[in-house]
Ligand binder design. Structure first.
Ligand SMILES: *[C@@H]1O[C@H](CO)[C@@H](O)[C@H](O)[C@H]1NC(C)=O
Length: 291
């Protein structure tokens, strides 16, 4: 009886399960929309793919002939460009759940269907292949955690993402956080966090209201070897005065800080002159009431 039951289980399993595989193509995650979680140098492509497979926070690995190995979370890049095989050998490997038993001679077929994910704030994702791109679409568990799409929607706040160097790290609190989106999420859900900087790979420094007065903005989308330049800023725009450009976001005035914060500040303003790298912050303390 026991033996019969085991045979039954084994024969049932293969048709229903999916196997996680690394699917490699000639391609490169877009650097402008991409926020790598870690960068390794001197890594052969095979090792890079294997390391990504073993790393629960790696969903896509990128490597090239310079023996660089770059990991991305699925939520941390928008699309990968298809590349023609060349001396530079731009390769991307996607971690995908392939239905068991799927037999195909076309790599593109392996990308079909929705990938269930359900971790790190993401519910599921799918990849659309166009003539020049692998376009990744992912669903957030909580729509209000989606970084900056419509800042004046029904959500009370929005996380704006841009590049720059954060305030000195001793002014904030640094934690080990394995990927950029989780750093954004952590700052989003922490009532005292207004700004976070991925101050090292897999390091997230979070700053509270009033703890800094300026930071430096950059436009460089290149993959940084040691210190990423990823910044997220929590904004509270008014629907009546919705910022439409980066210039408007970084010049928002008198944003009301939620009352739950323990920071002691009531509102804040920003000033950024387009020709300058510097963003200035000013903080208005909560009135000290006497009764
Ligand atoms: C490989 O990627 C790194 C990081 O983007 C880049 O600095 C380097 O120039 C690339 N090498 C080649 C041969 O394209």
């Amino acid at each position: 009886m026991k033996l019969f039951f085991l045979i039954f289980l084994f024969s049932l399993a293969p048709s229903t399960q999916a196997i996680t595989k690394m699917v490699s193509v000639n391609g490169q995650p877009d650097t402008k929309t991409g926020w790598p979680s870690i960068v390794y140098s001197n890594t052969e492509w095979d090792d890079c793919v294997q390391k990504c497979y073993n790393d629960q926070y790696c969903d896509v690995a990128y490597g090239n002939s310079s023996l660089i190995s770059v990991f991305y979370g699925i939520s941390d890049f928008g699309f990968a460009r298809k590349e023609i095989p060349s001396a530079a050998l731009h390769r991307a490997s996607f971690k995908l759940d392939i239905p068991n038993g799927l037999c195909t001679s076309k790599v593109d077929d392996l990308f079909k269907g929705t990938q269930s994910y359900d971790r790190n704030g993401i519910y599921d994702f799918d990849i659309t292949i166009t003539s020049n791109e692998y376009d990744v679409n992912y669903q957030y568990r909580d729509g209000c955690e989606k970084p900056f799409v419509n800042p004046c929607s029904t959500c009370s706040k929005s996380m704006y993402l841009f590049r720059g160097t954060g305030p000195p790290t001793h002014l904030g609190t640094t934690r080990d956080i394995p990927k950029w989106f989780l750093c954004v999420l952590q700052c989003s859900t922490d009532v005292d966090c207004v700004l976070a900087w991925f101050s090292g790979y897999r390091k997230c420094t979070m700053y509270t209201y009033g703890s800094f007065n300026s930071m430096s903005r950059s436009e460089d989308p290149a993959i940084q070897p040691d210190t990423p330049n990823y910044i997220t800023l929590k904004i509270f725009p008014l629907k009546s005065n919705c910022p439409m450009t980066e210039h408007e976001v970084l010049n928002l005035k008198n944003m009301v800080i939620p009352a739950e914060t323990t920071s002691g500040y009531a509102d804040f303003s920003m000033t950024w002159i387009a020709s300058s790298e510097n963003i200035e912050f000013s903080w208005v303390p909560t009135e000290v009431r006497t009764y």
